[in-house]
Design a protein around this ligand. Structure first.
Ligand code: URA
Length: 239
């Protein structure tokens, strides 16, 4: 439990500098419990605090945990160069509070992307030590064969990797589609593994992280949602 002044609260939630937030309050743009609050120094208990800015309701969140259905032609990097960044798909409050993608998807990869401003969550989800399984559906240029599946399961050697990398699970979905589960997150890993096994990945979608399935979120491409407690629990690896 902690009480904070309204300008600090708004700043922590990504509404701008403390001075800017003080101005938002003084100009009557912020209300709590249906009442406009004009004193930026008034203190409120942050736990469970609901407030509105320009009539839009917000809930105080110490950290934010989001899922985005990433469309193609968006970059995950902080300084996108050829395509817009994924942060441009979210309200600007999130980039102001340093929300970042958890790991990276290539600009042409679609699917489930987690985002957060909680460094420890980002670390746990992306560290190879935590073995977070990620499920991809890869569309292949050449037909999927039992040999391709076997090779991906046995392990393929990539140029800059000392040891062969293998899929935890690999299944044929149809003639040109493969479900592949990885626990590492090496650069272009699925595409490079398919190339090393003699095929070519022509489209890639991440459909699941740990037990959290993209389809269960009901998000169209470009849409995002907050992760609730149950969704966060489904992201904890079993180990
Ligand atoms: N593997 C790839 O090759 N690309 C991605 O975006 C994710 C995994």
């Amino acid at each position: 439990m902690s009480k904070q002044s309204l300008d600090r609260i708004l700043q922590s939630q990504g509404f701008g500098t403390r001075k800017w937030c003080a101005g938002l309050v003084a100009e009557g743009n912020v209300s709590i419990g249906g009442e406009i609050v004009t004193d930026e120094r008034q203190r409120f208990e942050t736990d469970g605090l609901e407030f509105s800015v320009y009539g839009e309701p917000w809930l105080f969140r110490e950290h934010v945990y989001l899922a985005l259905h990433k469309p193609a032609d968006y970059e995950c990097s902080r300084k996108p160069s050829h395509h817009p960044g994924v942060l441009s798909l979210l309200p600007e409050q999130f980039s102001n509070r340093d929300v970042q993608p958890v790991g990276r998807l290539d600009h042409d990869t679609t699917g489930l992307l987690l985002m957060s401003d909680d460094g420890s969550f980002i670390h746990k989800q992306s560290s190879p030590k935590h073995h977070v399984p990620k499920v991809y559906v890869a569309t292949t240029h050449d037909p999927v064969t039992p040999q391709l599946v076997a090779q991906l399961l046995q392990g393929v050697k990539l140029n800059d990797e000392p040891a062969p990398l293998s899929a935890v699970l690999c299944e044929t979905l149809d003639e040109h589609r493969l479900k592949i589960v990885l626990e590492q997150g090496k650069y272009h890993q699925v595409k490079r593994m398919l190339a090393a096994a003699g095929n070519h990945c022509s489209a890639l979608c991440r459909t699941q992280i740990c037990e959290l399935k993209l389809e269960s979120l009901g998000l169209a491409e470009g849409e995002w949602c907050y992760l609730d407690e149950a969704m966060l629990a489904s992201l904890k690896p079993a180990v």
